[in-house]
Write a protein that binds this ligand. Sequence first.
Ligand SMILES: [Zn+2]
Length: 114
Amino acid sequence: MDATTTQATIRRIESVVPLETWRRLAEKARRQGLRAFRLNADARTWAVTSHSQPGAAYEVTILDGDLLCSCPGSAYYPYCKHRALVLAELGLLGDLAEDRPARRSRSRRRARAA
Ligand SMILES: [Zn+2]
């Protein structure tokens, strides 16, 4: 994505809810183990796995700085954790708490090490 599109996207998402809220949603998505995949290696089209419906994924699209998601909640809210996760993957949300090494390690990480 070019810089102009990136700036337009950040402005648009900040007009929906504060960046802090997007960060919280992205952190929740990561804690729940959601995965985001670029479709056709295109940064504007993504599939994000569903937490409530295993085996399902939702389509997240970045269109003219607008961010769309096909999940059921998107019919009611202009934001969701799927979109937040894509923003995090694109590096638009800065450092998430999950990424900071200073945070004490979580049980998930310990479980994986065991
Ligand atoms: Zn969604």
